[in-house]
Ligand binder design. Structure first.
Ligand code: CMC
Length: 431
């Protein structure tokens, strides 16, 4: 917890309160209102937590005005250019970049946990073939607590560590299995000679009937997608993981809760929704119609892949993702695709349009990730599972931090009650 650097006075009627102020390492000061109800007999009202810090954290920091994202202090652009996903996992989990030996040990531990319990194969077979892979993932990750109950005691640091490694190691296997199941192909076992991203591509695209060689450029692009999505402060799914974990729930249940939250189209589901929107627009000449819909207050339509709660300048992840998209499209020789034309033109128009400029609505990470994933051969339904597998390390790091935080309490928000006051029950004939 940061040191208090003074206090703010708040007067409510005849009561005057001193609210401690904390200074974070970077970012705006934070008012401590924990005593507000006990001493002032009032609650605060903040739907969407737009001004509320629900925890203190040392993991990730976003400066929305500068368009800056830091993992443990390191800018995302530097990590995307110089690091790799498993190193970023280590950084997020343990706070520092690993030495060469620490990296080898970590990689070995993760690699040795990539297979899932063989009985899980049967569990998968209980789902309908046409189930969305996110639905399958929520179920299977939640069910990990039934398969790995030797790592569900959250009071035991060793079990917490094993659960963390299991989640990071097995989530690509589970996502790939969800995909294979949905297309009726046999599951492909992990191949530990491949790196984390290459192994995921192999499990998705290899078939037993022939060899599949992972293209290093595609593996690099996949690794970058993973790094860019690895953590993002107290976003909706991370807050969900923390809230679920605050009751003492086991880590597998908490991560399943995070996956469920991520699925929504305002969050991780936006990458699928964005590509579907680009396809629905179909041709460049229809873009103005959709821009008009997005501006119409009476139309619920929003341009998917645009806007962000925190970034009000640009999304630094989107910048890196755009470069990656160009590389992947070049490699695959995709220049003339209609969806891509619509995306490029939509981006150009929205960046110049007064409505989007004045509301600071820029393309976010989901705008470009869908384009890359589609080019790689993933169906849209796999976009959000790939976000989920990439974000798992962030959820796990935040969950571990929360469990070890002495200030942590069960999450229990208050409310502004606007329902009926107490009234007496009446018999049905008197209603
Ligand atoms: N298209 C059109 N108008 C928009 C959009 C959009 N994509 N996003 C925000 N607005 C407008 C909104 O109508 C509102 O206008 P007004 O002030 O006139 O009422 C204003 O901009 C502010 O919007 P808000 O809903 O108050 O902003 P928020 O911070 O609550 O929402 C958001 C952030 C990401 C949910 C929202 O921008 C959105 O729905 N975007 C589309 C979905 C999307 O791409 N989500 C992925 C986010 S990045 C990946 C992730 O974190 O999961």
């Amino acid at each position: 917890m940061a040191e208090s650097k003074g206090s703010a006075q708040l007067t409510i009627g005849n009561t005057s309160l001193d609210l401690p102020i904390y200074s974070p390492t970077v970012g705006p000061d934070v008012l401590d209102i924990r005593k507000l109800y006990a001493q002032g007999d009032v609650f605060t009202y903040d739907p969407g937590f737009t001004s509320t810090a629900a925890c203190s954290s040392t993991i990730t920091y976003i400066d929305g005005d500068k368009g800056e994202l830091l993992y443990r202090g390191y800018p995302i652009e530097q990590l995307a250019a110089q690091s790799h996903h498993l190193e970023v996992c280590y950084l997020l989990l343990y706070g520092e970049l690993p030495s060469a030996q620490q990296m080898i040990d970590f990689e070995t531990r993760v690699t040795r946990h990539t297979m899932v319990h063989e009985q899980m194969h049967n569990f998968f077979r209980g789902f309908r073939r046409d189930a969305h892979p996110m639905a399958t993932m929520v179920g299977v990750v939640g069910a990990m607590s039934a398969f790995y109950h030797d790592s569900t005691d959250i009071e035991d640091p060793w079990q917490r560590e094993v659960a963390a490694i299991r989640l990071i190691a097995k989530i690509p296997t589970i996502a790939a299995m969800a995909y294979k199941y949905s297309i009726g192909q046999p599951f492909v076992y992990p191949k530990n000679s491949l790196d984390y991203a290459g192994n995921f591509l192999h499990m998705c695209f290899a078939v037993p009937a022939e060899d599949y060689v992972v293209d290093p450029i595609l593996a690099k692009a996949m690794d970058r997608i993973m790094m860019l999505h690895a953590d993002h402060e107290q976003n909706a799914s991370t807050s969900t993981v923390r809230l679920a974990g605050s009751s003492g729930a086991n880590p597998f249940a908490c991560i399943a809760a995070g996956i469920a939250c991520l699925w929504g189209p305002a969050h991780g589901g936006a990458n699928q929704a964005c590509l579907e929107m680009l396809r629905e627009i179909g041709t460049v000449d229809r873009i103005p119609e959709y821009i008009a819909k997005a501006k119409d207050k009476n139309d619920p339509f929003r341009l998917m892949g645009f806007g962000h709660r925190v970034y009000k300048n640009f999304d630094p992840r989107a910048k890196v993702m755009k470069e990656s998209a160009d590389e992947v499209l070049e490699l695959l020789g995709i220049h003339d695709n209609e969806t891509l034309k619509v995306a490029k033109e939509l981006e150009r128009i929205a960046l110049e349009d007064e409505y989007f400029v004045s509301k600071k609505l820029y393309p976010n990470v989901d705008f470009y990730s869908g384009i890359i994933l589609e080019a790689m051969g993933f169906p849209t339904a796999m976009f959000t599972p790939i976000f989920a597998l990439s974000r798992t390390v962030g959820w796990v790091a935040q969950w571990k931090e929360m469990v070890g935080d002495s200030d942590q309490k069960i999450g229990r928000p208050r409310q502004l009650y606007t329902g009926a006051p107490r009234r007496d029950y009446s018999d049905v004939e008197n209603r």
